[in-house]
Design a protein. Structure first.
Ligand SMILES: O=P(O)(O)OC[C@@H](O)[C@@H](O)c1c[nH]c2ccccc12
Length: 264
């Protein structure tokens, strides 16, 4: 699944190559988005609200979602940051969703896609995203490092997604400031919150740690907090909610417990 999604992203980027100069100019001219990592440092576990119309595991979640209206609802409910899934084939997203979210809210935006090519990061910056997702499992550690450096050069923040100790090492080697542990195995698509509970405590206390996937209610936010997470990334449950303002509000406000500094 991950290989297929990354290959498809690479193909879409090949089509972007003709627009390279234009994208580089737009990226240089676009005002920097609001600070992403800094917005996640709250007294309570920060909620990253994701706009998610469909997924490979669930099929349709909320096919008719308006990215602008949904983003405004997340903001009203107390989300700290937005995650906008732009992947078109399997998640039903688009770049236009970023523009719609930007127009509707003042929150920092994470562009969620299978970013494997440098030009995709230039595009993310041109679109006005504050940050872009990098999935450690989809990238050779060398490429994770190079894309992380390119993002810094572009004044684009990143969220580096990991699932195990080896990927944590790769994220740290890439100097990732924000590290997300995905509870979903992107190969089997199964969710196991024990993944985040095991890996989040290993993330150095000076990084922002995000607990991703499988958060449906406050019980899961409590588990994230107990593991020491600074933020939760929530997609399906709040995208499908009849009242997304109330759904986000129900998750926001769990006190952050922090992580102990690593033993020397
Ligand atoms: O819908 P959920 O279980 O709340 O999960 C959200 C988010 O973590 C998930 O969409 C996600 C995590 N990593 C990704 C990488 C690509 C696409 C999607 C994702």
């Amino acid at each position: 699944m991950l290989g297929e999604l990354s290959a498809a992203a690479r193909e879409r980027t090949a089509a972007l190559a003709a627009r390279r100069q234009e994208l580089e100019r737009l990226a240089a001219e676009a005002p920097r988005g609001p600070a992403f990592a800094a917005a996640l440092g709250r007294p309570s576990v920060a909620v990253i609200g994701e706009v998610k119309r469909r997924s490979p595991s669930k099929g349709d979640i909320a096919p008719g979602l308006s990215a602008g209206e949904q983003s405004a609802a997340y903001e009203a409910g107390g989300a700290a940051v937005l995650s906008i899934l732009t992947e078109p084939a399997r998640f039903g997203g688009s770049n236009a969703d970023i523009a719609a979210a930007r127009a509707a809210t003042a929150l920092p935006i994470l562009k969620k896609d299978f970013h494997v090519e440098p030009l995709q990061l230039v595009e993310a910056r041109a679109l006005g995203a504050s940050a872009a997702l990098l999935i450690a499992r989809a990238l050779h550690p060398r490429d994770l490092k190079a894309l992380s450096q390119l993002a810094r050069d572009l004044a684009l923040e990143t969220l580096v997604e990991i699932r195990d100790e080896r990927e944590l090492d790769a994220a740290l080697a890439a100097d990732a400031a924000v590290i997300g542990v995905n509870n979903r195995n992107l190969e089997t698509l199964l969710i196991d919150l024990a993944t985040g509970e095991r890996i989040v405590p290993l993330i150095p206390a000076d990084r922002v740690a995000v607990f991703e996937s499988g958060v449906y209610g406050v019980a899961e936010v409590e588990r994230a907090a107990a593991a020491g997470a600074d933020a939760v990334l929530v997609g399906s449950s709040i995208s499908a909610a009849a009242d997304p303002v109330a759904a986000v509000r129900a998750l926001a406000g769990v006190p952050r417990r922090g992580r102990a500094p690593a033993a020397a």
